[in-house]
Design a binder for this molecule. Structure first.
Ligand code: NAD
Ligand code: UFG
Length: 335
């Protein structure tokens, strides 16, 4: 298949591109590089030994999207492009709604105009908000608690209405839990600008000696060791989930489906730090501080639906996640 990956130069997009290339698909990456760098193309080439088609553009440029969809004979789109920092979205809601929601509307216009109607969308477990029960299945009520999550929910609702309006669309919504880890090669991974907001990249930098200690945001939650519990999923498993979703869409009638992509297993902050220390062989100093505003105690998936309908499940372990993230972090230090 010819697949367009919006936001394909980013963390999850680049891992998915590597897998699609390995499986013999042709990929076009379209990215404005607002949170990624062009160097990822050379690294994807080194991994796949394939030429990568890249377009530097913004998804709000509908005319560019139309040209790419037609010119590259695109069969399906995986829509990763978006802004994703929860705290930033509270400060800059207009930028988030514009980029994420208007960007998606622009993409849908271009797809409709060019008759490309197969779409996989990167959503997030954040659409569930505060869990009313665990594990979270897809029927759990939605109720995001920040503008970033609201943009994801609005987009899901738009996609549901679009699928209902025209029975040609094949749309899969993937609600990711907490993606972590890196490509086996050590060439692709998560390397946020500035001080990382998320736990795993922060821990990796402490292990590398680039930051002094991890701040544990609260140890008084109602969890086994008092620290927050999340469903961390290896980015390589997540990439495989996109391939499974494309396979599902190609063999089923048009429609709109929602899937959790998680492991079903929660780990605490303290367990994550211990696992990373073991994988890296480095000490990881930590200090308990107050809770982070907006955090919840526990969040993990019921991944049954994806297993049953997509034939997909996460296979890699916490040790795999930490070892690959450490390999990537160590390579960064060398380059
Ligand atoms: P990322 O920032 O590494 O990748 C997103 C890419 O989209 C970046 O390369 C960025 O430059 C590009 N982009 C952003 N706005 C764009 C625009 N208007 N036009 C063109 N390109 C644009 O993030 P990621 O972690 O790879 O996330 C990919 C998707 O998955 C996002 O939609 C994100 O919201 C979603 N998601 C991520 C997580 C996570 O924890 N990483 C969890 C749930 C959902
Ligand atoms: N944490 C710390 N110290 C840190 C960073 C995080 O103790 O320096 C804790 C948090 O309190 C939480 C856990 O580590 O208990 C995980 O925090 P992350 O920031 O890594 O991840 P979140 O679960 O808060 O959120 C992430 C993404 C969201 C996404 C969500 C579910 O940031 O965008 O996963 O997919 F919606």
């Amino acid at each position: 298949m010819n697949i367009l990956l919006t936001g394909g130069a980013g963390y999850i997009g680049s891992h998915t591109a590597a897998l699609l290339l390995r499986e013999g698909h042709d990929v076009t990456l379209l990215d404005n590089l607002s949170n990624s760098d062009i160097g990822v193309l050379d690294r994807l080439h080194a991994i796949s030994n394939r030429e990568i088609s890249f377009v530097q553009a913004d998804i709000r440029e509908t005319d560019v999207l139309e040209r790419v969809l037609v010119g590259n004979h695109i069969d399906a789109v995986i829509h990763f492009a978006g802004l994703k920092a929860v705290g930033e979205s509270v400060r800059l809601p207009i930028a988030y709604y514009d980029n994420n929601v208007n960007g998606t509307i622009s993409l849908l216009r271009a797809m409709q105009a060019t008759d490309v109607r197969t779409l996989v969308f990167s959503s997030s477990a954040t659409v569930y908000g505060d869990p009313k029960y665990l594990p979270l299945d897809e029927k759990h009520p939605t109720g995001p608690t920040n503008p970033y999550g609201q943009t994801k929910l609005h987009i899901e609702e738009i996609l549901r209405d679009v699928a209902a309006s025209e029975p040609l669309w094949k749309i899969a919504i993937l609600r990711y839990f907490n993606p972590v880890g890196a490509h086996d090669s050590g060439l692709l991974g998560e390397n946020p600008n500035g001080i990382p907001n998320n736990l795993m990249p922060f821990v990796a930098r402490v292990a590398a000696g680039k930051l002094p200690r991890v701040e544990i945001f609260g140890d008084d939650y109602d969890t086994a060791d008092g620290t927050g519990v999340r469903d961390y999923i290896h980015v390589a498993d997540l990439a495989a989930g996109h391939l499974a979703a494309l396979g599902y869409l190609s063999r089923t009638p048009p429609g709109y489906e929602v899937f959790n992509l998680g492991t079903g297993q929660g780990y605490s902050v303290k367990e994550m730090i211990a696992a990373f220390a073991a994988a890296s062989g480095r000490p990881i100093p930590s200090v308990v501080v107050g809770r982070r505003a907006g955090d919840i105690a526990s969040c993990y998936a019921d991944p049954t639906r994806a297993r049953t309908l997509l034939g997909w499940e996460a296979r890699l372990t916490l040790a795999d996640m930490c070892a690959s993230a450490w390999r990537f972090q160590s390579r960064l230090a060398e380059s």
